[in-house]
Design a protein around this ligand. Sequence first.
Ligand SMILES: Nc1nc2c(ncn2[C@@H]2O[C@H](COP(=O)(O)OP(=O)(O)OP(=O)(O)O)[C@@H](O)[C@H]2O)c(=O)[nH]1
Ligand SMILES: [Mg+2]
Ligand SMILES: [Zn+2]
Length: 316
Amino acid sequence: MKITDDPSLLPARILSGVGGRYTVAAVIDGKVVNIGNLAAKGAFKYEKIKLLPGDKAFLRKDENGYFITGISERKNSLIRPAVSNLDYLYIVTSCRSPAPVDGFADKITVLCEKNDIIPVIVVTKSELDPDTAERIRDIYSSCGYKTFITSSVKNTGITKLREYIDNNKNTLSAFCGASGVGKSTLINTLFPDLDLTCGVGGISERIERGKNTTRTVTLYEINGDTYLADTPGFSLLDFERFDFCNKDELPYLFPEFEPYLCKCKYTKCSHTKEDGCLIRSAVEDGKIKKSRYDSYLALYNDIKDKKEWNTQKSTV
Ligand SMILES: Nc1nc2c(ncn2[C@@H]2O[C@H](COP(=O)(O)OP(=O)(O)OP(=O)(O)O)[C@@H](O)[C@H]2O)c(=O)[nH]1
Ligand SMILES: [Mg+2]
Ligand SMILES: [Zn+2]
């Protein structure tokens, strides 16, 4: 019998996990309840399966209470942020304090495209630099991505974003981005009842980075089977490994390239330097944003070099 069909097991959703202990949400007597401090059966460790917030788990009860005995097959799972079964990923970028980092959001949109996750761009702290906020919106809306400009301080853009989230019922979403961009503050502004811990006193001046206020991924149930995760901030440095797609696949993970693909002069065009490349012309004509193309080139070179290195290694 498949685990999903075993009526003696209680289905649950993993909300968070720290040190091998998990908090899950389950429906008991028609009510959603959170059950904390659960262990998982040893076989997960043996099989080197790391349980993640977002996992659909199955609980068994013994004399010590509930424990996690299995999980459903995942739709996707990310290392950073460490969440599984994502439908939407809100890429949160502040227009200032901290300033946006070139290429960071683009890496995440590519990650989303590869993993069947819908990326949504959310600009925060817009009252500090409205021009930069508009510039970011212009870039990502031209790629077909939904983009929101918000300020938790001025309470602007909040209603529209809340409407969008409310319309995506029965989904699992996460807010991700650098530390200090205002993810937790924004979730609190959107859903005041949640009362998450946020940073105070702005970014740390010495290293121009946030303070890593949020330490673990936590899913919050916002409406029936709809979940939203707050995640710890991370940086490009944490995100160095980028070998989940190959260089031939990369152009297909930039949706704005789509109208031009397979039409370049050379069938094997890498869109990096060839003559008669329609992607390069589209960048020159302003139809593809230069910053996005620069990210493409950076990722292409990254993947290409890694492949060569891997090949060398395997032939030794
Ligand atoms: N000016 C301004 N500051 C804001 C806004 N939203 C949040 N902040 C401030 O930004 C700082 C960081 O906010 P957090 O919500 O803790 O940021 P975070 O992205 O959750 O950070 P980590 O948990 O470290 O990843 C806090 O000092 C907030 O008060 C905003 O709209 N405008
Ligand atoms: Mg936070
Ligand atoms: Zn080309």
